[in-house]
Design a protein around this ligand. Structure first.
Ligand SMILES: Nc1nc2c(c(=O)[nH]1)N[C@H]1C(S)=C(S)[C@@H](COP(=O)(O)O)O[C@H]1N2
Ligand SMILES: [Mo]
Length: 252
């Protein structure tokens, strides 16, 4: 099922059972609790708000399923990608020694971390499922540093609401709310199945968010910005995904 038709079904189903006026009430409750996603405008905006608000109220702290080593997919699936940029290839030729993750925005101590520094932070692993909206998926062991650890290191200001993340590939950027940014399974991943993270899977550094669809797990991450509003980024919809018709919140 495509994303759009799934969304229509959710809206249709809710409208049929709850009635349109109850939908309006739900949208007002979402507004009151600050549970309106950045892509709330447009035809499917009400559906986006309801999906996001109900998931946040019901499943905010739940964990994505973890698997055993014997369930790891072999080989892991690498999705097709646009060709890598010259800038990327230069860093790759240098063994990624000059790769940096810069962190700025609403933080007490803006910073720039090398891979070596990120790897010196507490390392965690998880065996989780990466699900593409196009239907395929695979299970892998992801090794990295929890995003929450990096955010603690820079000191997030209390007004912060989102963490936006950017790839060296300028077409790819996204954001998550603080609930997902601080979620224990949200990693900046640099390893996979006991090895370095392969280039095809986003090496040397990718976002890994198992609570959401694969497209939120952006590859080749070089920059994080902590913010209280997504208005100043792209078309203000929270990521480049809603600009192409996909949901900003892609919880699974
Ligand atoms: N920079 C970048 N990140 C990306 C993509 C991409 O094309 N470029 N594809 C996304 C999509 S749609 C999915 S489903 C996953 C695929 O991850 P995989 O190649 O490890 O299977 O990466 C996501 N991150
Ligand atoms: Mo995808």
């Amino acid at each position: 099922m495509t994303d759009i038709s799934r969304r229509k079904l959710i809206i249709g189903g809710l409208a049929a059972t709850a009635g349109i006026s109850a939908l309006g009430v739900a949208a007002r409750i979402a507004q009151k609790y600050g549970l309106v996603p950045p892509d709330h405008g447009g035809i499917y905006g009400l559906g986006e708000t309801l999906t996001y608000a109900s998931q946040r109220l019901l499943t905010r702290h739940s964990l994505a399923r973890e698997f055993s080593r014997s369930q790891i997919s072999n080989p892991p699936f690498a999705n097709e990608m646009a060709p890598l940029s010259e800038g990327y290839k230069r860093l790759q030729a240098g063994g990624f020694a000059d790769w940096r993750l810069t962190v700025d925005g609403m933080v007490a101590r803006p910073a720039s971390f090398s891979l070596h520094q990120l790897k010196s932070f507490p390392s965690r692993s998880q065996i989780t499922h990466l699900a593409c909206e196009e239907g395929w998926s695979y299970i892998a062991e992801w090794i990295g540093v929890p995003l929450s650890h990096v955010l603690d290191a820079v000191g997030v200001q209390p007004q912060a609401r989102y963490v936006a993340y950017f790839s060296i590939d300028p077409d790819w950027w996204d954001s998550v709310d603080m609930a997902d940014a601080l979620h224990p399974q949200t990693f900046l991943a640099y390893g996979m199945n006991g090895n370095e993270l392969p280039v095809g899977n986003g090496g040397p550094l990718r976002m890994r968010i198992p609570r959401q669809l694969g497209y939120k797990s952006v590859k080749f991450i070089t920059h994080l910005t902590v913010t209280d509003s997504m208005k100043g980024f792209g078309k203000g919809l929270g990521s480049m995904e809603p600009e192409g018709g996909y949901a900003w919140y892609a919880g699974i």
